[in-house]
Design a protein around this ligand. Structure first.
Ligand code: HEC
Length: 124
């Protein structure tokens, strides 16, 4: 006696996959509306590629390892950074973070970005 099972409709999965793949291919909405000289503008241009949240950002990942979650790995979530300490790291670099020259980030831009990054600081 033979029983034939109904064939499973596996292709339904590939239909769903096709829909998923056709969406979300372009997420390149321009996010840099901040003026270039503003603290946020400097941050987004020079710092966010390494310090933005999520994987693929070496600064965020390195700080995750360094602090083991005791301090936020995302720079903008920190509450312990002073403008002076941020400026020091920017001019001197640390590990894979390069020092930034005045031809890249001027003193005025550095003051702006340091204040921007340290804005969550509760330090006096
Ligand atoms: C090429 C990637 C890269 C860029 C660009 C970069 N950083 Fe970093 N930054 C790092 C890495 C990696 C570390 C962490 C080193 C470590 O683990 O001690 C770091 C550490 C820091 C720290 C020290 C935090 C701490 O507690 O030790 C500060 C502050 C900082 N970056 C600010 C900035 C600012 C401001 C900018 C933009 C002007 C910037 N970084 C651009 C990679 C980068």
């Amino acid at each position: 006696m033979t029983r034939s099972c109904p064939s499973h409709t596996r292709f339904a999965l590939s239909v769903l996959l096709g829909i998923a793949l056709s969406c979300g291919a372009r997420a390149a909405s321009p996010s840099g509306q901040a003026p270039a000289g503003s603290g946020r503008g400097v941050y987004e241009h020079w710092c966010a590629p390494c310090h933005a949240p999520g994987p693929g950002h070496p600064g965020t990942q390195s700080l995750q390892v360094k602090y083991g979650g005791k301090t936020p790995a995302v720079l903008l979530e920190r509450t312990d950074l002073t403008p002076e300490s941020v400026a020091f790291f920017v001019r001197h670099g640390v590990l894979s973070m390069p020092p930034f020259r005045k031809t890249e980030i001027t003193d005025a831009q550095l003051a702006a970005v340091a204040a921007y990054v340290a804005r969550g600081s509760r330090a006096p």
